[in-house]
Ligand binder design. Structure first.
Ligand SMILES: NC(=O)c1ccc[n+]([C@@H]2O[C@H](COP(=O)([O-])OP(=O)(O)OC[C@H]3O[C@@H](n4cnc5c(N)ncnc54)[C@H](OP(=O)(O)O)[C@@H]3O)[C@@H](O)[C@H]2O)c1
Length: 249
C-alpha cells in the first residue's frame, strides 16, 4: 500500500465486499488498475480479495478497513447503501485529505426507509453526491457516476459491456481523471453531464433502470446518442469504450 501513483493510481473501493464495488474491482483489476477493497471489517475485505483473485489471478488487489483504504488512495469510490452514506462519510472524514477525488455511486433508493427499489427519497442537499460534498473536508473533490451500470454485468467478466457512464462534477479535470480510469474497462464510455448538481438527475436513473430490468428480465444500461465522434470522450485511454465500439463497427 501507499505506492504512488502517477498514471496508474491505486483506487480504493469502499463497499467492494458488496455487489457494485466487487464488480468494479474485478473489472478494474483485470485491466491492471491497482485496487484496494475497503470494508468496515478487515476480514471481510480479505475474503473479497480472495474472491477477486480467484477470478483475476494477476490483479493488484489488496483489502483493508475503509479508513486505511481511503488513506492509501488518490481516488476513492463509494458504493454503499444510501442508508449508511452519511454515517460512512462522517466516520471517514478524518481520513480524507485535500486533492483526493471521491467517485460516488450511491443512489438514494427508497429501500433506505423500507420503500421500493423503483423509488427514491429526497435528499436535503439535492443528491447523494452533493451530500457527500457537504460532509467531506474542503478540497476533496466529488464526482458522481456509475449509477446506471449494473453490478451483475460488471461481475460477469464474460459479458461484453457496451454502455455509457454518466459523470457529474464541478471540475472537468476531475471527471477526466475518473474517465481515464473507468475507460480502461473495455466497453465503458464516460459522458460529462455537467456540474455536480446534475447528479440529481443521474442518480434518479437507477430506479428507472431497475423497473425496466424487472419487466424485461435484463440488466439494461444507458447510451447517450448524438455525441461527436471525437472530443466527446472524457478519457483518453487506449481501451476506451468508444474506441472499442468504433473498432467493432
Ligand atoms: N448493485 C447495483 O447494480 C448498483 C448499480 C449502480 C449503483 N448502485 C448503488 O451503489 C451502492 C452500493 O450498491 P450495492 O448493490 O453494491 O450494495 P450492497 O451490496 O448492499 O452493499 C455494499 C457494501 O456496503 C457496505 N454496507 C452495507 N451496509 C452498510 C452499513 N449499514 N454501513 C456501512 N456500510 C454498509 C457493505 O460493506 P462492508 O460490510 O464490507 O463494510 C456492503 O458490502 C448503492 O447506493 C446502490 O444504490 C448499485
Amino acid at each position: 500500500m501507499g505506492e504512488t501513483q502517477g498514471d496508474n493510481p491505486r483506487v480504493a473501493i469502499l463497499g467492494a465486499t458488496g455487489d457494485l464495488g466487487f464488480g468494479l474491482a474485478l473489472r478494474l483489476a483485470r485491466e491492471g488498475v491497482p485496487v484496494t477493497i475497503g470494508s468496515r471489517n478487515a476480514e471481510r475485505a480479505g475474503d473479497a480479495v480472495e474472491r477477486c483473485l480467484g477470478r483475476v489471478p494477476d490483479g493488484r488487489i489488496e483489502g483493508t478497513t475503509n479508513d486505511a483504504a481511503v488513506e492509501a488512495a488518490e481516488i476513492v469510490v463509494l458504493g454503499v447503501p444510501f442508508a449508511s452514506h452519511a454515517e460512512t462519510l462522517k466516520g471517514l472524514k478524518p481520513n480524507f485529505r485535500e486533492g483526493q477525488i471521491l467517485l460516488d455511486a450511491t443512489v438514494p433508493l427508497a429501500t433506505a426507509i423500507g420503500g421500493r427499489a423503483t423509488a427514491t427519497i429526497g435528499v436535503w442537499h439535492g443528491s447523494a453526491a452533493q451530500q457527500a460534498k457537504a460532509l467531506l473536508p474542503e478540497g476533496v473533490r466529488v464526482v458522481s457516476g456509475l449509477h446506471t451500470v449494473s453490478a451483475a454485468t460488471l461481475t460477469d467478466l464474460d459479458h461484453e459491456l457496451d454502455e455509457d457512464v454518466l459523470l457529474a462534477g464541478e471540475r472537468r479535470e476531475d471527471k477526466q481523471r475518473i474517465a481515464r480510469m473507468i475507460e480502461r474497462i473495455p466497453g465503458l464510455r464516460c459522458v460529462d453531464c455537467g456540474r455536480l448538481e446534475l447528479s440529481r438527475f443521474t442518480e434518479q436513473l437507477t430506479p428507472l433502470l431497475i423497473s425496466i430490468n424487472s419487466r424485461y428480465k435484463t440488466h439494461a444500461g444507458i447510451r447517450i446518442l448524438g455525441l461527436p465522434e471525437s472530443g466527446a470522450e472524457l478519457g483518453t485511454g487506449p481501451a476506451g469504450g468508444a474506441t472499442d465500439r468504433q473498432r467493432r463497427s
